[in-house]
Ligand binder design. Structure first.
Ligand SMILES: [Zn+2]
Length: 255
């Protein structure tokens, strides 16, 4: 099995999240051709996770896993010098090809305790991984392939969602003095908060409420990310990359 040719064929199939059907069938077909036992686990429409084991009766102890959906836009593969380029070459079709090559090498040596799990939907909500987890066969270890500059990552950034509640009273905007603003209460609370982590959480909640109210530009203007409000402290602009907007974790209002 030639992992470079396999990676190129896979990269050349557009599998932008939501359109993984063809790529999944391609991977399943290749693994079946190599002699793996292959299961396609339907996720949504023609999108399916691909699960492979060394044989029908083998129960993997180690699963090598990654995803085969990609962020847009799609562009096909090309080789320049000793490098492979194309959407997903790095994240994560090149990795997927390497995992197939590794599992194939082990399988040819008679090793049956290794399995493969390739999921859809990783770039948007991980619906593939959630479903795969529900049907997990109980392997002891899972090695997840993601671009980490070939270093082992023992942990990864997670997500912590908190819900803060502040009660207010609705009033017509022509009589704001009749109302009580829940957002103002949160701003007062975070201005007084000295614990950085707690303050961050309150700021996230304010950000969310402002976004829901379509009032986000109160803190920063998305076009040039310039803030003119003298009350805003600690605004540290990310000049090199602004991706999906950015969070005001360390910004507070000095009211
Ligand atoms: Zn990835």
């Amino acid at each position: 099995m030639d992992p470079i040719a396999f990676a190129r064929d896979l990269i050349d199939i557009d599998s932008t999240t939501g359109r993984e059907g063809e790529a999944g069938r391609f991977i399943a077909g290749c693994l079946h051709g190599l002699g793996f036992s292959v299961t396609e686990q339907p996720v949504d429409g023609d999108r399916a996770n691909v699960i492979a084991t060394a044989g029908p009766a083998s129960k993997p102890v180690v699963m090598l896993s990654t995803h085969f959906d990609c962020v847009p836009p799609f562009f096909p593969s090309r080789i320049e010098g000793d490098r492979l380029y194309g959407r997903g070459a790095c994240d994560a079709k090149g990795i997927l090809a390497a995992q197939v090559a590794a599992a194939e090498r082990l399988r040819l040596q008679g090793e049956t305790r290794v399995g493969l799990l390739f999921v859809v939907g990783e770039e948007r909500g991980s619906d593939g991984a959630k479903l795969a987890n529900e049907a997990a066969a109980g392997a002891r270890f899972l090695v997840n392939g993601e671009p980490t500059e070939s270093r082992l990552g023992a942990a990864t950034r997670g997500i912590l969602r908190v819900k803060l509640h502040a009660e207010g009273r609705a009033a017509h905007s022509s009589f704001p003095e009749l109302g009580i603003s829940a957002i103002d209460k949160l701003i007062d609370a975070q201005s007084a908060e000295t614990d950085v982590d707690k303050r961050k959480k309150i700021v996230w909640e304010i950000e969310k409420k402002l976004a829901e109210d379509v009032a986000r530009p109160v803190i920063g203007y998305n076009v040039d990310n310039t803030c003119w409000d003298p009350k805003v402290k600690g605004l540290n602009l990310q000049v090199n990359s602004i991706y999906n907007g950015w969070r005001f974790e360390d910004v507070w209002l000095d009211k």
